[in-house]
Design a protein around this ligand. Structure first.
Ligand code: URA
Length: 430
């Protein structure tokens, strides 16, 4: 293909035809499109955008650039994706809950990057957990246990891998059609019939306001409709962290408490909202009592244990969910009500402690993190701990303290920010 003409067409605001877009994506995946030309096209898209049809074709071509999982005759295949947040451990609770209720969760998950965490890092705080599974083992576990969560393999939507790395390096990440195509290419390749997307909105998220979140949601639903998938969206708040822990092992502990019927109310509420939407999309019973019951009667926890054991994880191991040995607290400087707790600052603090990555491939300390004694709207007393920093021998502690210095504000009165802004059910969901 004539790459300069293709790039110029987008630069000048033209609409691509399907064949050109598909040829471009094939070239990205096989390396015949050089980085500089791919990057120039990405920048043209940042300024000119892609219409829904172009975005759907781009996404489908990206999904086609590698292997597509054939989930075949597995019952009620479902998938979930979060656009990334702080303290977001919903998959750890949602996946076994859905499997308990008759869905098949065969899911590829990511690792954390920047201030956001990733499910695979969290799971690796359980000794023995195997995130790398070949396709046969992945499908066998999906069939036998109803839930399998593996790391994203290099063969899944490889064109996205190339484009994402270029976007990261060329300031072209923040483009709604490119984000929508990137997320959905991996969901299409993952093969599930019904998908629930948790689009995070707020300081700690990619989408900083509700309008941006709605726009991304609309684009991803349009891609799903084009590909014949049922896509529901929950737009959820990410002004403050989700739950009361941020950090890998800490978050798994909190997820387990939620699977035992406890845990923080916001985590439970979000899990249940996501579960109801994707179960309804999949044609399974989704009334609130049915969906909540397995968290309270031990069934979801039992499914969690079967899942973790099937992937080699040993929850009884001495090192399981081990926390860093050192703690310091940040205390309230007055009586009042917690009025602000900045998710982005907490995410940055945890990364500074070693709990996240500055660059892909960095090692992660799974035991460090931050525990929140109060959430926005809670009363606090002068001198009582607000935040507990779990650190290892002071590593990153000064930077974490600096990140947290302005993260917290106490006032005379405050109410919690909304957790769930909007729910967009899948078309045709019961
Ligand atoms: N997550 C993705 O997978 N891709 C993006 O472009 C942004 C967030």
């Amino acid at each position: 293909m004539n790459l300069p003409a293709f790039i110029a067409a987008k630069r000048d605001g033209a609409t691509h035809d399907d064949a050109d877009l598909r040829a471009f994506v094939r070239g990205v995946a096989d390396g015949s499109v050089p980085d500089e030309q791919a990057a120039a096209w990405l920048m043209a898209v940042v300024f000119r955008g892609l219409n829904d049809h172009e975005t759907a074709v781009l996404t489908d071509a990206m999904a086609d650039s590698g292997a597509r999982l054939a989930l075949g005759d597995l019952p009620h295949t479902v998938d979930k994706h979060s656009t990334g947040g702080v303290g977001d451990k919903t998959t750890l609770v949602l996946a076994p809950l859905l499997a308990t209720l008759g869905a098949t969760v065969a899911k590829a998950s990511g690792r954390g990057l920047g201030h956001t965490g990733g499910t695979i890092d969290k799971l690796e705080s359980i000794p023995g957990y195997r995130a790398a599974l070949d396709e046969a083992a992945f499908l066998a576990q999906a069939r036998e246990v109803g839930v399998v969560v593996a790391g994203q393999s290099a063969s899944m939507a490889p064109a996205d891998g190339v484009l994402y790395a270029l976007r990261d390096a060329t300031a072209t990440v923040a483009s709604p059609p490119l984000i929508a195509a990137s997320v959905m290419s991996k969901k299409l390749a993952g093969g599930a019939a019904s998908i629930v997307l948790d689009v995070k909105v707020g300081r700690g998220a990619f989408m900083k306001d509700l309008d941006a979140g709605r726009d991304l949601a609309r684009r991803m639903r349009a891609i799903g409709a084009h590909a014949g998938r049922r896509v529901a969206v929950v737009l959820s708040g990410m002004e403050q962290p989700l739950g009361r822990t941020v950090g890998n092992a800490l978050e798994v502990r909190e997820a387990i408490a939620t699977l035992e019927g406890g845990g923080p109310p916001d985590l439970r509420e979000l899990v249940l909202a996501l579960a109801r939407e994707v179960l309804a999309a999949s044609g399974l019973p989704a009334d609130p009592a049915t969906v909540a019951a397995p968290l309270d009667d031990g069934r979801a926890k039992a499914t969690f244990e079967r899942w973790i054991a099937a992937q080699g994880g040993d929850l009884a191991h001495d090192d399981a969910l081990a926390l860093a040995p050192d703690v310091v607290t940040i205390d309230a400087d007055r009586d009042g009500v917690l009025a602000d707790l900045d998710a982005l600052a907490v995410g940055r603090a945890v990364r500074a402690l070693g709990g996240g990555r500055a660059a892909k491939g960095d090692a992660v300390d799974l035991g460090v993190g931050v525990t929140l004694a109060a959430k926005v709207g809670d009363p606090v007393a002068a001198g009582a701990p607000l935040l507990t920093i779990h650190h290892r021998g002071g590593r990153g502690l000064d930077a974490a303290r600096a990140a947290l210095a302005d993260a917290v504000r106490i006032d005379d009165a405050a109410s919690p920010p909304p957790l769930i802004h909007e729910v967009l059910p899948a078309d045709g969901a019961s």
